[in-house]
Design a protein around this ligand. Sequence first.
Ligand code: DAH
Length: 339
Amino acid sequence: MKEKLESIKSSALYSIEQAKDLKALEELRIKYSGKKGELTTFLREMKNLSKEQRPIIGQLANETRELIEDKIKHTKIILEKKQEDKKLLDEIIDITLPGKAVAQGKLHPLEQTLEQLCDIFIGMGYEIISGKEVETAYYNFDALNLGPTHPARDEQDTFYITEDLVLRTATSPVQVHTMENQPLPIRMIAPGKVYRSDEVDATHSPVFHQLEGLVVDKDITFGDLKGVLAEFAKQFFGDKVEVKFRPHYFPFTEPSAEVDVTCVMCQGEGCSVCKGEGFIEILGCGMVHPKVLEMAGIDPNVYQGFAFGMGLERLTMLKYNINDLRLFYENDIRFLSQF
Ligand code: DAH
């Protein structure tokens, strides 16, 4: 009996030591101390022992049982820890992996120019007025001193909706509405879309954007016009830019001028873009024609004004050295993401 007990003890302790996981350990527990386990069976068989032998073997058997149970308990703790560690390792998430970037949109370059122009003129006390894209021929032409026989009224030059309604060819009609409807003095800008029946090419589009400006007050001179537009050019193109006022003709202003700035491509040296001039035209302007004031119900003997009009596409192309206007409308992300 003693040998049998020894052999149960050593094989139990050895195999428990070797148990790979909790499942194997539980099988061993059943094998040795389960209801039909080897040790349990041994203990049950002790009743067959003699009176003298029973307490001796009994004590040994109890010690063995305690030893085996302790060993199981101890091994269980180790195996549980092992299982936990493995689980943690298996479930590891690599938080160092970069996430999927969400592409961030930006304002269209024309919109950026528009915002910048609005900021500049708001800074000088101007109000923003929005006009209509469909005008009567009167507001688009007559009220701006372009009489019925003026060449610009040729049907080829614009899109007529009816005999009398046109898609505006410039933002200038907003001047007239403003003079008719707003209290004096006026200091406004009016940005928006304009339409001309032009063929699409690198510098023309049938739809493009302008920004109109109008000031009407007492004692307004050409000096005010020059100051405002020179300041605008410096804020938009940078401090170093030089500004030139060159006489020109517009029917709705007298005198009229075009404003040139130092060529952005050659810094005034003269190049193919400025055709050797060193300067590039950026806008038209002038003192509001007395007839235009009069038609809008303003007495030109009391009030004077100046006006200007510029193209957003042109300004943006000059500022960023863009050589084809069509790029603005193609929605090519490779172009747009550069701004
Ligand atoms: N309306 C002109 C154009 O479309 C631009 C312009 C020139 C506007 C002179 C003005 C101005 O207000 O005074 O070419």
